[in-house]
Design a protein around this ligand. Structure first.
Ligand SMILES: NC(=O)c1ccc[n+]([C@@H]2O[C@H](COP(=O)([O-])OP(=O)(O)OC[C@H]3O[C@@H](n4cnc5c(N)ncnc54)[C@H](OP(=O)(O)O)[C@@H]3O)[C@@H](O)[C@H]2O)c1
Length: 271
């Protein structure tokens, strides 16, 4: 899809990956609907992005998601692209994982993206199709100690994404998953529980702008699974995905370069 002139909803647009994605989409001519809870941040960003609007939204509240769609329809008449990006980490070993924390993060990382997709469907269908990008995590490409709670929510999101891609293809709706590794954002300060997991890898955080490039790549090309790298890489799940996480793989498309100033991203640091 060409994003020039497209109406794009980005959840979690008040910081990190969501804000960087909103900026990139806007520079490519998109009209961006910025959604998150911190309305002051959304309004400050909207003021910098021509034609964008800010809609305060807690994506775990169905009524607020409905209002997000209503405000989008009132402002632009439809939606063409939905980026399900809002999310939170939960980085504790399984013997310390509290059921209530897992339930809360599951609501945000799995149930909320489903509710957002469902709420956007009528507009996507009536406009002849569109694109949904769900922000997953490289932690789902292989198991990492200390990340089981978080990665299980993103793995559940992966399966929703794969199923949605099959079920909605007839309506012209393309669903993609994007797999970031450790990214410099507020994410690790706002974990539901736990802390940045270290291990044999030496994670050098990717800039959120690099993830934004991968999200734009997914919107433009419609590949099912896109690994965040410079440039973004289309991958298969399973053994090939785990291998791609460690070693990278040749891209299937020519992709735009990220704004990384630190050189090539490290692919073996999950988050
Ligand atoms: N950073 C990493 O290392 C990393 C790696 C892999 C995947 N990811 C994924 O990337 C996505 C973006 O994360 P990030 O790194 O940009 O982290 P971030 O800076 O903490 O951003 C998270 C965003 O989610 C929003 N959010 C949280 N709860 C929400 C709710 N109930 N309703 C609406 N919005 C909500 C936050 O906005 P408000 O607080 O204003 O609502 C914020 O804009 C997440 O899905 C995360 O799981 C991140």
């Amino acid at each position: 899809m060409d994003v020039d002139g497209a109406v794009c909803i980005v959840t979690g647009a008040s910081s990190g990956i969501g804000a960087a994605t909103a900026r990139l989409l806007s520079t490519r001519g998109a009209k961006v609907v910025l959604a998150a809870r911190r309305i002051d941040r959304l309004e400050a960003l909207a003021a910098q992005l021509p034609g964008s609007i800010a809609v305060q939204t807690d994506v775990t509240k169905a009524a607020e998601v409905d209002r997000l769609m209503t405000r989008t329809r009132e402002a632009f008449g439809t939606v063409n692209v939905v980026v399900n990006n809002a999310g939170q980490g939960l980085h504790v070993p399984l013997d310390e994982l509290k059921a209530d924390d897992l339930r809360a993060v599951f609501e945000l990382n799995v149930v909320a993206p489903l509710v957002v997709m469902q709420a956007a469907l009528p507009m996507l269908r009536s406009s002849g199709g569109g694109v949904i990008v769900n922000v997953s995590s490289a932690t789902t490409l292989q198991a990492f100690p200390g990340l089981g709670g978080y990665s299980s929510t993103k793995a559940a999101l992966n399966m929703l994404s794969r199923t949605a891609r099959m079920e909605w293809t007839g309506a012209g709706i393309t669903v993609s998953s994007v797999y970031p590794s450790v990214t410099a954002s507020e994410f690790h300060e706002k974990l539901r529980a736990g802390h940045l997991v270290t291990g044999p890898w030496s994670p050098v955080p990717d800039p959120p702008e690099l993830v934004a490039v991968a999200i734009l790549f997914a919107v433009q090309h419609g590949d099912e699974h896109v690994l965040v790298a410079d440039p973004p890489r289309s991958i298969q799940l399973g053994a090939e995905g785990a291998s791609a996480l460690r070693t990278g793989r040749e891209p299937t498309h020519e992709a735009p370069r990220g704004d990384s100033s630190k050189g090539p991203p490290q692919l073996d640091g999950p988050s």
